[in-house]
Structure formats: C-alpha cells, structure tokens
Design a protein around this ligand. Structure first.
Ligand code: CA
Length: 174
C-alpha cells in the first residue's frame, strides 16, 4: 500500500508567487519603483546609459526567483509577528529593538545577495551602510513598526538587481 502523496503545491511554477512577494512588500510600504530607484542609485555611475525602466525590469527578474520570494515571505512574516507581539522572549525584544547582535536578518538577506555573483556583496554593503531612499525610510519607522528583516531584504533585492545589470552591461545586453 502506497503512502499518500502530498498534493502538488498550488504555487509551483506560478507567477502568483512573484505577485504575492510584490504585494507583501507593498503591504510593508515598499514598491517596485522604490527598489528600482535604489538600483539606479547604485549602478548609474557605472552604466551612464542606465534607465529606470531597465532597473525596474531587473528588480522584476530578481523577484521571479524562488529563493528570493521565500526569503521575502519569511522575513516579512517574522517582522509582522513581532509587530503583533506574537513572538516569545527572547526573540520578541531582539526583533523589536533590531538588536545588532541578532544577525539572522542579514543572513537571510545574504541568500538573495549572491544570486548574480559576488559583486552583490559590494552593492549590499553600500546600501546597508548609506541606507539611501526607501531603506532609510523603513529604517526610520522602527518606533511604530518592526522592520528588522525588511530593510535587509530590500537592500538585498536591490543589490542583486544591480549585480544583474552590471553583468548584462558587461555582456553588451543593455
Ligand atoms: Ca535589519
């Protein structure tokens, strides 16, 4: 007698996951254009002919990757659980205060950063340090909201999209 097989995942191979990832980011106050603006800021000094449309397209391609979607769902879910007070100690206080020694927010984000090669680490480091645009905005909402994972996720998606553009430009595809 065979063991019951799990039903095929309704999300497998579906553009629904990408749409959901965008919806979850928007629910937390981050739009595709916010992330595309970060990509533009990072890459415009290296690619003079760069357009916002190309930046936005690159962000969309990054958001099609399953590992990126999963990192976004996981990080945002933890932020929202902490915001609702649904996590036990000691996790709750670490997340609420964005404790610098927690570190798992950055580790989750790093799973996104390297999908287009190691140049992503440089871009991520810059975005994490300077906190331009929407990263500074979500970082400044720490009193009302828990964005412990969100700022790193956004920086990571922007860093990966920037790396993708750098590679495409080098290959003459832009
Ligand atoms: Ca963080």
């Amino acid at each position: 007698m065979s063991v019951a097989q799990p039903k095929e995942n309704q999300y497998t191979g579906s553009p629904l996951l990408k749409r959901l990832a965008i919806t979850w980011l928007e629910r937390r106050g981050v739009t595709l254009d916010d992330i595309a603006s970060l990509v533009y800021e990072v890459q415009r000094k290296y690619i003079p002919h760069l357009t916002m449309a190309a930046c936005r397209e690159s962000v969309e391609r990054v958001l099609e990757k399953r590992e990126v979607q999963n990192a976004i769902f996981t990080g945002i879910a933890i932020d929202e659980l902490a915001e609702k007070g649904l996590l036990d100690e000691p996790l709750y206080t670490m997340l609420k205060n964005d404790d610098g020694l927690y570190g798992i927010d950055e580790i989750l984000a790093l799973s996104i950063v390297n999908i287009y090669g190691s140049i992503g680490f440089t871009n991520f480091g810059y975005l994490d340090k300077v906190k331009p645009g929407i990263i500074g905005v979500v970082n400044g909402q720490k009193n009302e909201k828990v964005n412990t994972f969100l700022d790193d996720l956004v920086a990571a998606v922007a860093a990966a999209a920037s790396s993708r553009l750098a590679h495409r430009d080098r290959d003459g595809l832009l």
